[in-house]
Design a protein around this ligand. Sequence first.
Ligand code: UFG
Length: 342
Amino acid sequence: MKKVLVTGGAGYIGAHTAVELIAQGFEPIIIDNFSKSDRSLLAGIEKITDKTATFYEGDCADEKFIQMVFEKEKGIKCVMHFAAFKAVGESVRQPLMYYQNNINSLLTVLEAMNKNEVKNIIFSSSCTVYGEPDSIPVDESTPFKKAESPYGATKQMCERILEDQSMADNNLRVISLRYFNPIGAHPTSMLGELPLDVPGNLVPYITQTAAGIRKKLTVFGSDYNTPDGSCVRDYIHIVDLAQAHVAALSKMIDSIDLKSYEVFNLGTGLGVSVLELVNEFIKVTGIQLPFEIGARRSGDVEKTYANPAKAFEKLGWKTKLTYSNALLDAWNWQKKISKING
Ligand code: UFG
């Protein structure tokens, strides 16, 4: 079985990817320090797959810790580097924490890979690298704009570091996956998003409001230049996103037609407004979600959605699930963790 080191594997995207790795016969070696994640997601992976993934608790910016893992787990074929802080607002308030964590962890992982001759890495990037795009849908050749937040800047910097390192080391292969907006939960309701604080993202805020944890949702802005005035995003089901990682890994291991540094957009290609998403949630769940229209949130991009053609052409991957599926799965997950019947 091919070992894959999954940093941040107890997080939302990492845990769903671990499930898909196991389903395709890979052996995820998970590391996490639980700074933004919860142990219960590891139990979720086990329940879905009936397998106990190897797990190490620690920080991947800790050189000694990472080296210990590489020494114990000889033969790692690829690193999937999910571990990072990802809250846009928090990054504006605490930029140093974001630069420290997100940049240092990547540098430490790359150093350790170099030392231990591990030559494949898949990196969690984000559509945030594009900023407010001049035209949509966005394809991978769209030039970066100045990042809207320190979080976005760390993703741009990490991509640059990876590209430079891939040029310096002829044997290194890198794939950066630029996620659009991942939402939803595993259809079994054994895994899902578990924000440790008040959710900053739309869908966990919606499901927590529906569960009665929050009073009402505020839709940030209704005066954007979009059909209904609210922002437009490309919402991708978390299981589709997780499967894209396995498609990228398989291609990376087996094929020679990828360049040493490749980037792929991961999205559906469909732009959906905040109000459309809210109304779809009401429709699929039958819950009258309390919401109000509020002021714009600073730093928000008006509209963006992916051109995901390259991922289909080169990885043979495209989304299979819809945002309606994702909303229902997210709600089922919320009901489970909030112990709501029905
Ligand atoms: N929104 C609301 N009310 C809320 C929360 C969000 O109206 O309570 C709106 C936002 O204004 C935005 C949309 O819902 O228009 C989506 O917001 P999210 O916070 O869910 O997602 P973002 O598009 O802001 O951010 C996401 C990821 C980031 C990533 C970014 C790239 O969370 O990690 O996409 O644009 F960097």
